[in-house]
Design a protein around this ligand. Structure first.
Ligand SMILES: [Zn+2]
Ligand SMILES: [Zn+2]
Length: 162
């Protein structure tokens, strides 16, 4: 069965009050600090939450993609694009174990316990001992305070971002 991301809980920061709904595809724009670069959106209500859990689903990812496109009223997305998304997502999630808690950070999903984070994301180049989301499990206000700072992102912005 395919694996996908489902909302895990309302810990740290959550605007979504649904339970166990699938996450949606990411729509990170040029404003990662707004939340689009470090939160996951709920496919049902469209609102953001922090923690997702990897679970098996009997719904093919392409079907989840179609439903999201329909729910968001997108008319310019082709079946081929949804298929591409589903394949990329399956590949992305393949390395995770069922039950693992993951977060989204600048273009990728990470297991919450990941240490020594060093990568170039969509927007910025990051080098951190732990995920900001993980630190927020001890200091809940940290995630919002740090990630909404434009300066955090601007100081690390990739020069050749496209
Ligand atoms: Zn944004
Ligand atoms: Zn929701």
């Amino acid at each position: 069965m395919p694996k996908f991301l489902f909302k895990a809980n309302n810990d740290v920061l959550s605007h979504c009050s649904c339970e166990n709904e699938p996450g949606s595809s990411t729509h990170q724009l040029d404003c990662p600090w707004c939340g689009c670069g470090w939160l996951i959106s709920c496919s049902k209500c469209g609102k953001a939450f922090t923690f997702a859990v990897i679970a098996e689903t009997d719904t093919p990812l392409i079907e989840l993609g179609r439903r999201e496109v329909q729910k968001r009223g997108l008319t310019n997305v082709t079946e081929a694009e949804i298929e591409q998304w589903a394949e990329a997502m399956a590949e992305d999630l393949d390395r995770f174990e069922v039950g693992q808690i993951v977060v989204y950070f600048d273009g990728s999903y990470f297991p919450i316990e990941e240490k020594n984070i060093e990568f170039d994301g969509y927007f910025a180049s990051h080098k951190l001992d732990e995920l900001p989301h993980a630190r927020a499990l001890r200091e809940p206000e940290y995630l919002y305070a740090e990630m909404t700072k434009q300066s955090y992102w601007r100081e690390r912005e990739l020069p050749d971002r496209d």
